[in-house]
Design a protein around this ligand. Structure first.
Ligand code: ADP
Ligand code: MG
Length: 243
């Protein structure tokens, strides 16, 4: 199935506050979607709804044909196929880098310890951090921690990766290394949904940019369409401020 994520009439409220208002989106296999928009517009909420870290108020979210809102759906099984990377890494401080990366696949019985180690080392190599495998997170820079967080998410062999402002907490000189890892992932065909303020990255790597404001996506198109020919004044205002 070419369609990986189908969002139908998604509404998310916190009490009486409607954050997401009747969102309809279809994301295809291999899509690299960058979500942009002002602070508080619901970008994180939307991302978190995609793997049910937030309970949705109404609507449907269908991942690989499985409706997440269906009572019979084993959400933990679905989540195993969706990697998530947050702004603040969330590495386990008391575990080594290698242990951080091997923990989930071993605990969930996906891989033996030996298989997980082998896979973790190869993933750490791919993010340029194999030499840090026995270090603890505290001894790494923010950019290195974020690359470990990406390797950790990939250790579960996800086929969708969600990123919530992965470079926003990083010193500027660390941003490029993390974006390069993400770019490599995109080139390998990973389906990715990325909340980001890195407009250069969105232009270069995304095949699709979506601008959210006022509870819904106002723009949804190629980077060229959204950046060069935005349809809404609110998008133009936003782009004038950030570009
Ligand atoms: P963004 O990621 O675009 O900055 P968020 O998705 O974090 O925006 O938040 C969207 C809106 O929802 C904001 O008004 C925020 O205050 C509100 N919100 C987010 N999380 C919660 C929560 N757990 N409880 C109540 N309101 C929340
Ligand atoms: Mg956010």
């Amino acid at each position: 199935m070419a369609e990986k994520i189908l969002v139908e009439h998604l509404v998310k409220k916190y009490d009486e506050h409607t954050v997401l208002n009747d969102i309809n989106v279809s994301i295809k296999k291999g899509d690299v979607v960058c979500i942009i928009g002002p602070s508080g517009s619901g970008k994180s909420t939307f991302l978190r709804c995609l793997n049910q870290l937030e309970e949705i108020t109404s609507g449907n979210i269908i991942v690989d044909g499985t409706n997440l809102t269906d009572k019979n759906t084993n959400i933990n099984k679905v989540r195993q196929h969706i990697g998530m990377v947050f702004q603040h890494f969330n590495l386990f401080p008391h575990l080594t880098i290698l242990e951080n990366v091997t923990l989930a696949p071993v605990d969930l019985g996906k891989l033996s310890k030996a298989e997980a180690n082998e896979k973790a080392i190869s993933l750490l190599e791919s993010v340029g951090l194999a030499d840090k495998k026995d270090s603890y997170p505290d001894s790494l820079s923010g950019g290195q921690k974020q690359r470990v967080a990406i390797a950790r998410a990939l250790a579960m062999n996800p086929d969708i990766m969600l990123f919530d402002e992965p470079t926003s907490a990083l010193d500027p000189e660390m941003v490029g290394d993390v974006l390069n890892v993400m770019k490599e992932l995109a080139n390998q065909g990973m389906t990715m949904v990325i909340v980001t303020h890195e407009m250069g990255f969105a232009k270069e790597v995304a095949n699709r940019v979506m601008f959210i404001d006022g509870g819904n996506f106002l723009e949804d198109g190629s980077p060229e369409q959204v950046f060069e020919h935005p349809q809404h004044e609110r998008t133009k205002d936003f782009l004038n401020k950030v570009l």
